[in-house]
Design a protein around this ligand. Structure first.
Ligand code: ADP
Ligand code: MG
Length: 290
């Protein structure tokens, strides 16, 4: 039978929107040494907004957005939604596209007007000859400002850059401060680049690992898991393997419905401070058993 203190921790958690799937989750959460956050949708709102549209050469702003929106049609990635919303607000119709394919952690490619077109990270664009030195410098400047920039290119021709900002949640800084005070190390694991990650991590006061593909997040969690308890907070959109690998996988944010199946716990009210609250509640429940 479940000890009374665990049952009561589960029900008091549930009352405030912290769902924990069983006593074993409480036990594991009490032993967490490191909390890893997937940045988008957990520490941030996960609803980036387009801040800058920068066409190159003869490309117009309208053409840049029409191609980008065409490539992103059908993608549910937060950056895709930002681009589609921007095009819609500007009254621009997305070009029709076929065979869209997500390049996990890198971008999207689709056929537009019979030729391949990409919306992808500047790094990926560089590797594929779709961004020159000036374009890279512009992208870097956006990133140092805490924005995420994507490059749009058709075949090898760069059409321009689109920059987006995803605001941190209001309580993210307080949550990090609480975790640190509890002796828990907090770290951002993100597929975003090191400059954007550094700007956001510096603002919130935690460590970061950038340029992480989903498999890198998995490997990181496996590695630190050999030294102690690891809690992973993810929106679950492409982090299901990392959530599963962590000693406690917690779903939070827009992807909660999907992630709930893989996760051990879920934070339903989008409060980052519910992360330290979960650990605190679990520690208290375990202390009452001993
Ligand atoms: P995070 O770890 O922050 O959730 P992702 O792994 O989802 O990041 O994406 C990492 C990077 O890959 C993004 O910053 C972006 O440069 C690129 N990317 C991924 N998906 C898309 C997309 N649909 N459109 C444009 N760029 C994308
Ligand atoms: Mg993601």
């Amino acid at each position: 039978s479940v000890p009374a203190s665990i049952a009561s921790a589960m029900s008091s958690g549930a009352r405030r929107g912290l769902l924990m799937k069983g006593g074993a989750v409480i036990e594991a959460a009490a032993k967490v040494d490191v909390v890893t956050f997937d940045k988008t949708g957990t520490l941030t709102h996960g609803r980036p907004q387009v801040t800058d549209v920068v066409p190159f050469g003869a490309t117009t702003e309208a053409e840049l957005l029409a191609v980008a929106a065409g490539v992103e049609t059908g993608s549910s990635h937060p950056l895709a939604i930002a681009i589609l919303n921007k095009a819609k607000d500007a009254g621009i119709t997305a070009l029709s596209s076929q065979d869209a394919k997500a390049l996990m952690g890198k971008g999207v490619v689709a056929t537009v007007d019979g030729a391949p077109a990409w919306v992808a990270s500047p790094r990926y664009a560089m590797e594929h000859g779709g961004l020159d030195g000036l374009g890279l410098r512009q992208a870097t400047a956006f990133e140092e400002d805490g924005k995420t920039a994507v490059a749009v290119f058709r075949e090898k021709t760069p059409l321009g850059l689109i920059a987006m900002r995803d605001e941190p949640r209001a309580d993210a800084k307080d949550a990090v401060r609480q975790l640190t005070a509890m002796g828990v190390t907090a770290v951002i694991l993100t597929g975003d680049n090191p400059r954007t990650a550094a700007a956001i991590a510096g603002n919130l006061g935690l460590k970061f690992e950038a340029d992480m593909m989903p498999e890198d997040k998995l490997a990181y969690i496996r590695e630190i898991g050999t030294q102690g308890g690891v809690m992973m907070i993810g929106d679950g959109i492409n982090d299901a393997p990392a959530l599963k690998q962590a000693s406690v996988g917690v779903a939070m944010g827009s992807g909660t419905d999907v992630a709930l199946e893989t996760a051990d716990a879920a934070i339903l009210r989008d409060r980052v401070t519910d992360v330290p609250a979960t650990i605190r509640l679990s520690r208290a429940a375990m202390a009452n058993i001993r």
